[in-house]
Design a protein around this ligand. Structure first.
Ligand SMILES: [Zn+2]
Ligand SMILES: [Zn+2]
Length: 231
């Protein structure tokens, strides 16, 4: 299984940056996790027709995660789709178009897409939001937290995953209101250790140019757009 970071910013992009979007591939199976700004152009730079995606997973409907879903719709409407595109989403009401095969996600839901299995967990955010574990047939797995504040259930949800892809938007714990909806780098490093994940990628990086604190966990690193990680 392979993860490509298409966009790592939130809640808006850095100059020439992109918002939350991640491509997961396993053999011929391709899943897009979130589709924030820049997702479609960056996906098309890898796969020009982009119709070979098997599914799009929207963790939630905030614009930095779902802002380009309508561009996918336009592309699909002009394309030669053999079947509607599977779209997983906790609040799919506004996506009712013939080109989408909508699957409403809920806490505990499991689904199979090609060679991959998806397992959704509801997390703590301002709107209904689903984290997802993506596992291949050999049991290797990625756990994507989506946007969430810390809660103890996260450790169980991420338990034993090979790669933790986590919201580390906050530089410190000074903003109590923001802490309800996002995590700090320190919290993500603690989550990696407590959940026994082999590695962590910290993402949803606030794009104001202020450096993030250095990481003390040698198995954790900040996301880099365009980077590819083997899982
Ligand atoms: Zn976000
Ligand atoms: Zn959000």
């Amino acid at each position: 299984m392979k993860l490509t970071i298409l966009g790592a910013n939130g809640p808006f992009p850095a100059p020439n940056g992109g918002c939350s979007s991640y491509l997961v591939e396993d053999g011929d199976t391709k899943i897009l996790l979130d589709c924030g700004s820049g997702a479609l152009s960056r996906l098309r730079s890898l796969y020009p027709d982009a119709l070979s995606l098997d599914a799009i997973v929207l963790s939630h409907m905030h614009a930095d995660h779902a802002g380009e879903i309508d561009l996918f719709r336009y592309m699909l409407e002009f394309g030669q789709l053999k079947a509607p595109m599977m779209v997983f989403c906790p609040e799919p009401e506004r996506l009712r178009y013939p080109v989408f095969d909508l699957r409403q996600t809920f806490d505990g839901m499991r689904a199979a897409v090609g060679s991959l299995t998806l397992w959704f967990t509801e997390v703590r955010h301002a709107v209904k939001t689903m984290a997802v574990r993506v596992a291949d047939a050999d049991g290797r797995s990625l756990f994507y937290t989506a946007d969430t504040g810390w809660f103890d259930g996260l450790v169980e949800a991420a338990d034993g995953s090979d790669l933790l892809l986590a919201d580390a938007c906050l530089r410190d714990e000074s903003n109590a209101k923001a802490l309800k909806n996002h995590m700090t780098a320190a919290q993500v490093q603690a989550l990696r250790r407590q959940a026994g994940c082999k590695a962590a990628i910290l993402t949803h990086l606030f794009p104001d140019g202020t450096p993030y604190p250095p990481l003390d966990d040698c198995r954790a690193q900040y996301a880099v757009e365009g980077a590819v990680y083997e899982i």
